[in-house]
Design a protein around this ligand. Structure first.
Ligand code: DHB
Ligand code: MG
Length: 210
């Protein structure tokens, strides 16, 4: 999107409150990778969760908690966000972010490797937001489908992966992981999915009622 239009939409539809701005500012100040979701992407996630009255949401890849605050705020009154983070430094920052946003009581942060923790979770999630390491994305796709309820939302950040998905020279495990997820989301009959071209591309899918 044109930069001016992007700013227009963000300022109008997704202004950050003081809590979100502080989390983003701290993230930047600490020199963490500038890969957090954008406010307009956070707002779209919130709209989608509200549309289905999501009460149980899973996030794979908490980073420093910014996206989790958007997700947790969009839950129903007694809803819960389960989020997985393998980097202890990010997990500490995420916990701090949830506390500052007043959502700590609705967020369960699991520290460790997603592929070890996913098998311990109880299925029935209303939505899964995948925003973690890219190489294992095909496995995250499979786990997400196993853990989602029929009609649940499959959401995945970085469908474009900075354009790497269409760079034939990029055969890195990360780029291949993103391609594999996109291919599965597009063609697996258990999912109906589209890509919203917001920031780095957001896959939005629904686990079809089976
Ligand atoms: C990368 C990962 C992300 O989740 C993201 O949103 C942007 C970039 C990366 O690994 O490069
Ligand atoms: Mg991402």
């Amino acid at each position: 999107m044109d930069e001016r239009l992007e700013r227009y939409v963000t300022e109008l539809f997704a202004p950050e409150d003081a809590v979100l701005s502080a989390i983003r500012a701290r993230h930047d100040a600490l020199g963490l990778p500038p890969i957090l979701i954008s406010p307009d992407e956070g707002k779209l996630l919130a709209v989608l969760l509200r549309a289905i009255a999501a009460a149980r949401v899973l996030e794979i890849g908490a980073l420093a908690g910014y996206s989790g605050v958007w997700l947790a705020r969009a839950l129903t009154a007694r809803g819960t966000l389960t989020t997985i983070e393998k980097d202890p430094r990010h997990a500490d920052l995420a916990r701090r972010a949830y506390a500052e946003a007043g959502v700590a009581d609705r967020v369960q942060l699991l520290e460790g490797a997603a592929l070890e923790l996913l098998p311990t979770l109880v299925p029935g999630f209303d939505a899964v937001f995948v925003d973690a390491d890219k190489a294992p994305l095909a496995q995250y796709f499979e786990w997400s489908l196993r853990l989602l309820r029929p009609g649940g939302l499959l959401l995945c950040d970085n469908a474009f992966f900075h354009g790497a998905v269409v760079d034939p020279a990029d055969r890195s495990p990360d780029a291949e992981g993103v391609r594999a997820f996109n291919r599965l989301a597009a063609t697996d009959p258990r999912v109906l999915a589209a890509v919203a071209p917001i920031r780095d591309g957001l896959v939005i899918g629904v686990k079809v009622l089976g």
